[in-house]
Design a protein around this ligand. Structure first.
Ligand SMILES: NC(=O)c1ccc[n+]([C@@H]2O[C@H](COP(=O)([O-])OP(=O)(O)OC[C@H]3O[C@@H](n4cnc5c(N)ncnc54)[C@H](OP(=O)(O)O)[C@@H]3O)[C@@H](O)[C@H]2O)c1
Length: 294
């Protein structure tokens, strides 16, 4: 039985996107996104939002963070309406702003043990991309995209450093850092993204070894393609289908197969509540190329 009662989970990288394309699950034929339906509107939950939902369902108080307050308010309302007794706190903070991070860490109440799920990515609007496509050949990369990809590692390290004094005082701490299958499998048009994810994954592994003695148990979570809205553009679908083709997969008669964000959230709840320290987890949608290295 999963039980996160009397825990507060800080979840960074919570957001939603519009439903611009509906992907279907390979087995059930059901949509693979995690639906956020609120006030007559429908959105796709991202990994952070779906993780917040699953953690709240398992009894945790969740403290959700991203830069866009309006989206955090929608996610809070969604969770509190769907789960009786759920409590959602939020802070609209840019993780690249150190003094804002210091204030965030100070503002989180000290009444409960604090765990952390880091799920920040480039997100909608961080970088203006043609056709919303971040999967670019090396020649087509922009300086802005390179900087943005690298900033995720920097921001992760900055926030971890600020949280450590508090984590060290706790009986134990669990941390999940969402990197990606991109950390361990390379594809054409993914060089910068793979490099950025590889660096976060390696940092996570090194931090895991360094901090384990302080009873801070860190997990590297590596999802493949997740149905967060990031793949809704046709150009992105065509680019990713080409990647699949290089591994011997043909998606021309089907859609791409995407993991539901809720499945990532459920895996994270299992990690946070396990009697073991789960060091890493690889997960892809059923029907997506399951290569664990290339
Ligand atoms: N979606 C996938 O298929 C997939 C697959 C494997 C791995 N991943 C990884 O999983 C993580 C989550 O992915 P996702 O697709 O769910 O979400 P995402 O859109 O990549 O990023 C999550 C959120 O991070 C927030 N964010 C970005 N920069 C920020 C900053 N400087 N400060 C505070 N918040 C910031 C954005 O919200 P605001 O713009 O409101 O700040 C965004 O909603 C990412 O690291 C991603 O690379 C995703």
């Amino acid at each position: 039985m999963n039980n996160l009662n009397n825990k507060r989970i800080l979840i960074t990288g919570v957001g939603i996107k519009p439903v611009d394309f509906v992907f279907k699950d390979i087995t059930t034929g059901e949509p693979s996104h995690t639906l956020v339906d609120i006030d007559g509107k429908e959105y796709k939950a991202n990994i952070g939002a779906a993780t917040a939902f699953e953690c709240a369902k398992a009894g945790a108080i969740v403290h959700i963070v991203a830069r866009t307050e309006s989206k955090l308010q929608i996610v809070k309302k969604w969770i509190e309406e769907k789960i009786s007794g759920a409590k959602v706190e939020y802070s609209a903070v840019d993780l690249g702003n150190i003094s804002a991070l210091e204030k965030l860490v100070e503002s989180i109440p000290n009444d409960l043990p604090l765990y952390w799920v880091q799920s920040v990515g480039l997100g909608a609007g961080t970088v203006q991309l043609k056709d919303d496509n971040p999967y670019l050949l090396i020649d087509d990369l922009s300086e802005e995209l390179i900087e943005a990809e690298l900033s995720v590692l920097k921001n992760t390290v900055s926030l971890l450093r600020l949280l450590l004094p508090r984590f060290r005082k706790q009986k134990e701490t669990r941390v999940c850092i969402v990197s990606s299958m991109s950390a361990i499998r390379s594809v054409v048009s993914g060089s910068m993204h793979m490099a950025a994810k590889g660096s976060i994954s390696r940092f996570t592994n090194a931090a895991m070894i360094e901090l384990d003695k302080d009873k801070i148990f860190i997990t590297d979570v590596r999802p493949g393609i997740v149905d967060t809205g990031m793949y809704d553009s046709r150009v992105v679908q065509n680019t990713v289908s080409m990647m699949g083709k290089n591994f011997g997969y043909d998606y021309s008669k089907t859609n791409l197969f995407c993991t539901p964000p809720s499945a990532v959230g459920k895996a994270i709840v299992s990690i946070l509540t396990s009697d073991a320290h789960i060091t890493s987890i690889n997960m892809v949608a059923r029907g997506q190329w399951p290569h664990e290295g290339s």
